[in-house]
Design a protein around this ligand. Structure first.
Ligand code: NAD
Length: 347
């Protein structure tokens, strides 16, 4: 198996920084994957990694993923990520820890701009922002990205409908939606307004029941969602849900949703294709959230930002057509598309 340190040159990271402030109980890694298109942006994750090697592996993969997502979205932003190693429930000394994080982010001088991710709240970032102006995703620096993510996913779903059925109209189509959280709950309403029928689930039964009732849909148990017959599966909960166990159970023609890292392993893109299921690459479809940050980060106008989210439809169609033309999976086509944008940006 490849050692995580060997991944740094393999994945092509520009800079990886190990940060320690023992007095603050702060141990973190910041990975700047690429600044070819602009400052590296990506969230800060606070997670109890078992080993530093696990943390390194995560930050290297996540930061590279941000490079691809931002490039494919046409943003003048690079890719980066930070991970803080520890128990995200820690309350004692939490402000010291996030002040330390702000100081280390600031040292990078704007090469890296960060926001929220798993385990980090807007209040945490407010504290980091007292030490650095390179902190986004707090009040006045972007706001809640979820409604924009949901809007972008709807545009992705419409592009899949065009590609698969020849028209964007979703009237009477059945959407099998997993996860009724910030994005999924909002998206369920947008899909209903577009005329679709919904079958929904959530690990939180109250949330699932509330969403089902709001959209006049059916509510099923979390594990039953993979067996539901329908037109599309719309994952908006966890990653790695497309795997050896779930793929054979799917009874839909298309998978298109917000969840990050939906494929458990790269070969699951082929597994879906060989069953005739059209897979919409997640980072193309769920870019509405990062695009919404472009107002604060890039001085984009609200109209320009909304147009860019709307354009996820065309970007996805381009990627799906590229996959058909080149005879590769849609996931591989998305990577080719993002890599071409990166080359153009560097050129
Ligand atoms: P959220 O935490 O608000 O919602 C996730 C929902 O999934 C919760 O209601 C949770 O109860 C449910 N869930 C968890 N495990 C489940 C399971 N096994 N079965 C069914 N439901 C389960 O998160 P969110 O902000 O709505 O994000 C959803 C997904 O979209 C995540 O994968 C996230 O990484 C991705 N994403 C979100 C954004 C954004 O703007 N929020 C942007 C890009 C990608």
């Amino acid at each position: 198996m490849t050692h995580p340190l060997d991944l740094v040159p393999q994945l092509g990271h520009e800079q990886v920084v190990f940060c320690q402030d023992p007095a603050a109980g702060y141990h973190a890694i910041i990975a700047v994957h690429s600044t070819a298109l602009g400052p590296a942006t990506g969230g800060t994750r606070y997670w109890p990694y078992a080993t530093t090697a696990d943390a390194l592996l995560d930050v290297l993969r996540l930061s590279r993923g941000m490079t691809y997502k931002n490039a494919a979205a046409g943003l003048a932003l690079g890719g980066g990520k930070a991970v803080i190693i520890g128990d995200p429930r820690r309350q004692e000394g939490r402000a010291d820890l996030f002040r330390a994080h702000g100081r280390f982010v600031d040292r990078l001088g704007g090469t890296f701009i960060t926001g929220e991710d798993v385990g980090v709240s807007p209040a945490d970032l407010e504290v980091s922002a007292t030490m650095s102006r390179y902190i986004a995703g707090i009040d006045g620096m972007g706001g809640d990205p979820s409604p924009w993510t949901a809007k972008g996913v709807l545009r992705g779903i419409q592009a899949c409908a065009v590609h698969r059925w020849g028209r964007a109209d979703l009237t009477g189509r059945t959407m099998v939606l997993q996860g009724c959280g910030n994005v999924g709950g909002h998206l369920a309403q947008l899909l209903r307004a577009a005329g679709a029928r919904l079958v929904v689930t959530d690990a939180d039964p109250v949330r699932a029941a509330r969403t089902a009732s709001a959209v006049d849909g059916t509510n099923v148990l979390p594990d039953e969602i993979y067996d539901q017959p329908g037109d599309m599966f719309v994952p908006c909960a966890l990653g790695a849900i497309l795997n050896d166990t779930t793929i054979p159970r799917l009874r839909v023609e298309v998978v298109c949703g917000a969840a990050n890292n939906q494929l458990q392993a790269p070969h699951h893109a082929e597994a879906l294709a060989s069953r005739g299921v059209l897979y919409a690459p997640d980072y193309i479809v769920n870019a509405g959230g990062v695009i919404s940050g472009s107002i604060a980060l890039l001085g984009e106008t609200p109209e320009g930002m909304a147009a860019r989210v709307h354009n996820i439809h065309d970007t996805l169609l381009t990627v799906l057509d590229l996959a058909s033309r080149d005879g590769v999976t849609t996931a591989a086509a998305a990577d080719r598309y993002a890599e071409a944008r990166l080359r153009e940006g560097r050129g």
